[in-house]
Design a protein around this ligand. Structure first.
Ligand SMILES: Nc1ncnc2c1ncn2[C@@H]1O[C@H](COP(=O)(O)OP(=O)(O)OP(=O)(O)O)[C@@H](O)[C@H]1O
Ligand SMILES: [Mg+2]
Length: 233
């Protein structure tokens, strides 16, 4: 579904990505891992048009989307749950959820507010509260719900469970597993190897702007000192 080939990207004169290749098939949950500052966020910024690649090609369902603007890539079916969540603090939960409505992709299987509230009942209870009154976990649920309401072909989460309590982390991973079971294609950045290994079909490790390792969870487990070598844990 998504293919990124030989992606180079820079912030001004500082080059960060040096030829990233990445592929997701329909219905897969693919993980992207790596230590701090290695280029994970920059890779998803390149895919979503926020930091357009200086060279390389990104195709979505065979269509070249490399030079499209972020909102056009959104309409093409890529939704990002950004690092830090970036919810609107002075809008209510309901307003946050419908804020991206105009970027919705038309599909036969539309996400609705009710469906998001069924997925995250806590958001229904807090529908009229301001975004900044939510806990970190609730804000992440809100960010995921907002992304789903655009009816994405590909859902990308940058730091899916960063900074959240273990129970909430687990809840988020359960939701991701449920979405995958419904056929949602997902690219997830997270440092939580154990939870990730339960649901991921495939994983990439980004190291200094390049893909340093890729494989399925079995191959990961068969790689000696995987976490120490690639994640520094
Ligand atoms: N806006 C920016 N301007 C300049 N340099 C940046 C900018 N954003 C990130 N960088 C640099 O690019 C490199 C890659 O950063 P990136 O955010 O992609 O890493 P990451 O793998 O997502 O890290 P983390 O795990 O901390 O989120 C780092 O050296 C970082 O300092
Ligand atoms: Mg990052």
């Amino acid at each position: 579904m998504l293919k990124a080939e030989n992606i180079h990207a820079a912030y001004g004169s500082s080059q960060v990505l040096f030829g990233v290749d990445l592929e997701l098939r329909e219905g897969q949950l693919v993980a992207m891992m790596g230590r701090n500052g290695m280029g994970k966020t920059t890779t998803v910024r390149a895919i979503t048009g926020l930091t357009p690649p200086s060279s390389g090609t990104i195709t979505l369902d065979g269509r070249d989307v490399t030079r499209l603007k972020p909102h056009q890539i959104g309409q093409a079916g890529v939704a990002l749950v950004p690092e830090g969540r970036q919810i609107f603090p002075t809008l209510t939960v309901r307003e946050n959820l419908i804020a991206t409505e105009r970027h919705r992709r038309e599909t036969t299987q539309q996400w609705t507010l009710e469906r998001v509230f069924d997925l995250f009942p806590r958001l229904r209870e807090r529908a009229s509260q301001m975004g900044d009154s939510l806990s970190g976990g609730e804000q992440q649920m809100l960010a995921i719900g907002r992304a789903l309401l655009t009816n994405p072909r590909l859902l990308i989460l940058d730091e899916a469970t960063e900074g959240l309590a273990p129970l909430i982390r687990h809840e988020i991973w359960e939701v991701l597993a449920g979405l995958k079971a419904e056929g949602q294609t997902i690219l997830v950045i997270d440092k939580n190897l154990d939870e990730m290994a339960v649901v991921a079909d495939y994983a990439y490790v980004v190291l200094k702007g390049r893909i340093a390792w890729q494989g399925d969870v079995e191959a990961m487990r068969a790689t000696p000192d995987f976490a120490e070598t690639y994640l520094g844990v």
